[in-house]
Design a binder for this molecule. Structure first.
Ligand SMILES: [Ca+2]
Length: 313
């Protein structure tokens, strides 16, 4: 099997960091062509820094990291320091990165890569607001048809919202961008809160990371320690949900997940429900399916995979 070629579009974020580590730990299955940073959990200056901190933590300093859009298409940026801390990667103490940031803009990298690689061979893995992807599709509409698949973390149906009562953070921050992506015609797999809230870092799972006894294992344990305070207080849950790693987990072990192929539309008009993913889970409309919307995960299988892969770094 040849490795799938992916671009990780991200706003790290502790859970983004774990997703990047999982991908970089799996070179037999996944070739990371580049990491494109976007403003989201924290401003762009921090996400470009954090992406490189994570590459250096993984010992993969040859992965090119690109800076992308610093604000949503039409709205002011909303960030989530209340969840991720001031740096976006609060928890472990990690050194500032030494590896360079690429000079090329992330959007140009996405466009050029999709034009240069054979059609249907590059996957996009957005882990943050969809601003970079939508900007690329807007500037070069033909590339949407060359994407093998978009596997993204965002949205919710049964879990409804986390940043507002009706919306999940990534979609809420840039609903116009999400609307462009969901209408693009590219094949889409969605990891909504419905599934990521089942991928909880319990104490035993966190102990498993720490017990790896490696810098990566320790850092991941400290990141999820920090991250979980918020969710424990908010939801009374057993631990932090690892939202973004579900995207990479799906690439590695799709059999751990299940969902439905349905229509998903993005609310861009209403102030009350802005950024809601209107997911036709029950098939009550005749709107055409445009996404595979994941609803469940074998959490034990997922954490076994994650821990086993992190041990390789
Ligand atoms: Ca993220």
């Amino acid at each position: 099997m040849t490795a799938r070629k992916i671009i990780i579009d991200t706003d790290p974020g502790q859970d983004d960091a774990v997703a990047i580590l999982l991908a970089l730990a799996s070179p037999e299955e996944i070739e990371v062509l580049g990491i494109t940073a976007v403003a989201g959990n924290v401003p762009l200056a921090l996400t470009v820094k954090n992406a490189r901190i994570v590459c250096e933590l993984a010992g993969k300093t040859d992965v090119p990291v690109f800076a992308g859009c610093d604000a949503p298409l039409t709205r002011p940026l909303v960030t989530a320091e209340h969840v991720h801390g001031k740096t976006g990667l609060d928890g472990p103490v990690l050194p500032d990165p030494e590896m360079p940031l690429q000079e090329q803009h992330a959007v140009d990298f996405i466009i050029e890569t999709l034009r240069a690689e054979p059609a249907g061979t590059v996957m996009l893995c957005p882990l943050g607001p969809l601003t970079n992807i939508a900007t690329a599709f807007d500037r070069a509409p033909e590339i949407a048809g060359r994407v093998q698949e978009i596997v993204l973390m965002g949205g919710a149906y049964f879990e409804v919202g986390n940043i507002t009562p009706a919306a999940e953070f990534n979609i809420y921050v840039d609903p116009e961008a999400a609307d462009i992506v969901f209408k693009s015609g590219a094949p889409i797999t969605v990891m909504p809160l419905d599934v990521t809230h089942k991928a909880l870092v319990t104490k035993a799972r966190n102990d498993g990371f720490r017990a790896l006894g490696t810098p990566v294992g320790r850092a991941v344990a400290e990141m999820t320690d920090f991250f979980e305070r918020f969710d424990k207080e908010k939801y009374g849950s057993d631990g932090a949900p690892l939202h973004d790693p579900c995207v990479i987990g799906w690439l590695l072990r799709p059999e751990l997940f299940s969902g439905r192929r349905i229509n998903v539309e993005i609310e861009t008009g209403s102030e009350l429900t802005l950024g809601m993913t209107v997911a036709d889970w029950w098939g009550v409309t005749d709107r055409k399916a445009n996404a595979l919307f994941i609803g469940d995960v074998d959490a034990d299988g997922f954490f076994d995979l994650l821990t086993e892969r992190l041990a390789r770094l």
